[in-house]
Design a protein around this ligand. Structure first.
Ligand code: NAD
Length: 308
């Protein structure tokens, strides 16, 4: 019996919820948003789709946060999306205020759930939510970049995408790094002699989301499918290796940075010890950078809250 809650029913929230619910492996789903009637009408849409697929998943769309209770998995997409030209980190203060409010309202009614953060800046929002709720939180992190990297290599090298393996790590977004020591093509370690340069792949992974946002107004289908796989891995205890951001204790904070890790009902162990020295150095640099930006952002957040 698996119950999943979706907090936020905007573009990405709807896409993830649709994919998860149509997967047929969830017994109950609750969809919550603050926009009047939106979750309720989305519930009707889902019921129609479920009828067509002959699935008996129980779905509730609601504007009442008290309905969000007893969940095993909580997927949080509530928050502002970035506009063209904005960085994910620009959303920190506004979206962190939403996370603090949600931590207060939903954590006590869903104790022991795994919380999956999607709202940006996603890794920092996971750290904020965990800090204020005390609940185990992961971020979808670089699993999205990982699939962008694999898809680009497959297209360039003209091989099926399932012949490409490997991961992207570090903070989700502009600072994510391809963990080249993990990348293989048809089981062989990647080399530039295969016909594509590392910098070209890195450039694609960094720039493509901004380009999609500029033209399509947001990224949905890619992340919506990739994030469904994270939910599925947890719900079905698949123990699959994914590059998601999970809690790391660093200095005086718990922070979230992605590295390949086994994902099931519990998260871990990490594959970080198997990376080469260069990739491990990149991850450590990314943890240090995350920590200093995060501390600075927390300061701004506190100033903004106390200025009210
Ligand atoms: N992690 C990823 O890979 C990834 C991918 C795509 C989008 N995102 C992020 O997800 C977030 C949502 O993006 P979107 O395109 O769906 O935006 P959107 O504007 O379409 O949807 C956001 C939804 O959140 C709701 N919301 C706001 N405050 C809320 C609250 N307190 N409680 C419940 N619902 C609330 C809004 O009413 C809206 O329906 C953004 O921060 C975006 O950057 C992350």
């Amino acid at each position: 019996m698996t119950k999943v809650a979706f907090i936020g029913a905007g573009k990405i929230g709807q896409t993830i919820a649709f994919n998860v619910i149509m997967g047929g492996y969830v017994d109950e789903a609750i969809i919550y948003d603050i926009i009047p009637e939106l979750p309720e009408k989305f519930e009707h849409e889902l019921r129609h789709a479920l009828a067509s697929r002959k699935l008996k998943t129980e779905v509730l769309g609601t504007n009442n946060i008290d309905d969000v209770s007893g969940s095993d998995i909580v997927v949080i997409t509530a928050g502002k999306p970035r506009k063209p030209g904005m960085s994910r980190r620009d959303l920190f203060v506004d979206n962190a205020k939403i996370m603090i409010d949600l931590a207060d309202k939903i954590a006590k009614k869903n104790r022991g759930a795994i919380y999956i953060m999607v709202a940006n800046p996603v890794d920092m929002m996971a750290s904020v939510f965990m800090k204020y709720s005390g609940e185990y939180t992961i971020s979808t992190g670089d699993q999205v970049e990982t699939m962008r990297m694999r898809s680009y290599l497959a297209k360039k090298l003209k091989v099926p995408v399932y012949d490409i393996n490997g991961y992207v790590g570090g903070e989700h977004g502009e600072d994510a790094v391809v963990l080249w020591s993990t990348v293989t093509v048809k089981g062989k370690p990647f080399t530039e002699e295969m016909g594509v340069s590392k910098s070209e792949v890195e450039d694609y992974v960094k720039k493509i989301p901004g380009e999609i946002i500029r033209v399509m107004g947001g990224t949905t289908w890619g992340p919506g499918t990739i994030i469904e796989e994270i939910v599925r891995a947890i719900a079905l205890n698949e123990n699959k290796v994914m590059s998601i951001a999970f809690p790391h204790k660093y200095e005086d904070e718990v922070i979230h940075v992605s590295e390949p890790v086994v994902v099931g009902k519990t998260i871990g162990p990490s594959l970080e010890p198997l990376l080469d020295e260069k990739d491990r150095w990149h991850l450590m640099a990314s943890i240090k950078d995350f920590y200093s930006v995060y501390k600075e952002n927390l300061k701004q957040l506190e100033e903004s809250i106390s200025a009210k």
